[in-house]
Design a protein around this ligand. Structure first.
Ligand code: NDP
Ligand code: MG
Length: 390
């Protein structure tokens, strides 16, 4: 549909989360070019109502049916707001006729059906939820190719690679290296890790993010998921994707070409940079939403190789990336179950890689030909992970 206002109209799934809040800052800072037309969350209807009022949003989706019923009964939403419910509601939002671009920023795989629906409806897709490509990269990439829609990475490292690859041929890329801060335990003595608490794991040195991804940063499972995500997004082989520790989170990737040259992208660790890039692409913001890097002041950039003894989850992610098929989906499902158990205080920090390893060894791996097969493997992996003896 033609856009008479020339503003890019955005549907934001996961509006109440960490990426959601950063996106709201970007939309507020660039309100002459961006407009929010739909917002969704799992259950936080009070915050959704505030956002609907502030940004004059007409369409709201709430996944949790009880929360949805409460929202419909409340007077907090502006008059005329349409409240959509359940996964069908999220999908209705992702295909709103008035939307140009759908940003998927929900934790887990709840964004998968809406993402595929958005692509089928020829919407551009901005992707923060890395789980979707890890689980169903084959199907999401095929849907993007069929629709001709843009698939714009929001994850900071992938957004950085996307920027570096503009105008380059993938065949000229030797490898990409994603940077990792090393998370909360990067300087902890290894023997202390067994006693790491949830509060310890949630102290990320550089980024303020949701709890699940913050724990994933402490184990480097997050970097593992990102390597798999990168493989799909940029059409690379497993051995072309690697990670390096970089303490400051200012350099977001290194792209090495066959001639030995490397390109990189730098900005401070604020998700507003990749979000504004994805939402305004191919144009650029006239000014940054958060303060840009000040090179007039001294700053240092450190890099060191990843010690896989400290980060067994990265090793397991790489093994599942090399195995291909449903192995990354099993890795992702087992990790989600393990992290939830750790956050709930049911298992220790060091149980996370053990649960993943056990699940990968137990669930039969296949090369999926239909999305249903992946979803069945995902469910089986969750069942196996949940029954791991704590
Ligand atoms: P948060 O936990 O902060 O927020 C999650 C959001 O998703 C909330 O709005 C939540 O709603 C919503 N949500 C959760 N489950 C569902 C569901 N079943 N249906 C609909 N909405 C749901 O997460 P983050 O913002 O940190 O992360 C979101 C995604 O982005 C993740 O996939 C993460 O890996 C990825 N990502 C995050 C980065 C970051 O800096 N935070 C960086 C790069 C990628 P409610 O509030 O109601 O629970
Ligand atoms: Mg990232």
């Amino acid at each position: 549909m033609a856009n008479p206002t020339a503003k890019r109209r955005i549907v934001l799934l996961g509006a109440t989360g960490s990426i959601g809040e950063s996106t709201l800052r970007v939309v507020a800072a660039h309100s002459d070019r961006l407009e929010l037309v739909g917002i969704a969350a799992q259950s936080n209807h009070a915050r959704l109502a505030e956002i609907a009022r502030q940004f004059n949003v007409r369409h709201v989706a709430i996944h949790d049916e009880t929360a949805c019923t409460a929202a419909r009964a409340s007077s907090a939403f502006p008059a005329g707001t349409k409240i959509h419910g359940g996964i069908a509601g999220l999908t209705e939002l992702a295909t709103l006729p008035e939307a140009d671009i759908v940003l998927i920023a929900v934790v887990g795989i709840a964004g998968l059906a809406p993402a595929l629906a958005a692509l089928a409806a020829k919407k551009d897709l901005a992707l923060a939820s890395k789980e979707l490509l890890v689980l169903a990269g084959k199907f999401v990439m095929a849907a993007a190719r069929t629709s001709g829609s843009r698939l714009l990475p929001v994850d900071s490292e992938h957004n950085a690679v996307f920027q570096c690859l503009e105008g380059c041929r993938t065949s000229d890329v030797r490898r990409i290296v994603l940077t990792a801060s090393g998370g909360a335990f990067r300087d902890w003595p290894l023997e202390k890790l067994a006693r790491a608490t949830v509060a310890d794991a949630l102290k990320h040195p550089n980024w303020a993010m949701g709890p699940k991804i913050t724990v994933d940063s402490a184990t480097l499972a997050n970097k593992g998921l990102e390597l798999i995500e990168a493989q799909w997004l940029f059409g690379l082989r497993a051995e072309q994707c690697d990670a390096v520790l970089h303490a400051q989170s200012i350099v977001h990737c290194l792209v090495e070409f066959t001639d030995g040259s490397m390109l990189t992208q730098l900005c401070p660790p604020s998700m507003t940079f990749p979000i504004q890039h994805a939402l305004l692409y191919p144009a650029r913001a006239s000014q940054p939403t958060a303060p840009a890097l000040d090179v007039g002041r001294p700053f240092a950039l450190d890099f060191r190789p990843v010690d896989e003894q400290r980060y067994p989850c990265l090793r397991l992610a790489k093994e599942s990336m090399r195995a291909g098929g449903t192995a990354p989906a099993v890795f992702n499902a087992a990790n989600e179950v393990a992290v939830a158990a750790f956050l709930a205080g049911r298992v220790q920090f060091l149980a996370i890689p053990r649960i993943i390893e056990h699940t990968l060894a137990t669930v039969k791996l296949i090369e999926p030909t239909a999305l249903d097969q992946v979803l069945a493997v995902d469910a089986e992996a969750r069942r196996v992970a949940q029954h791991f003896p704590a």
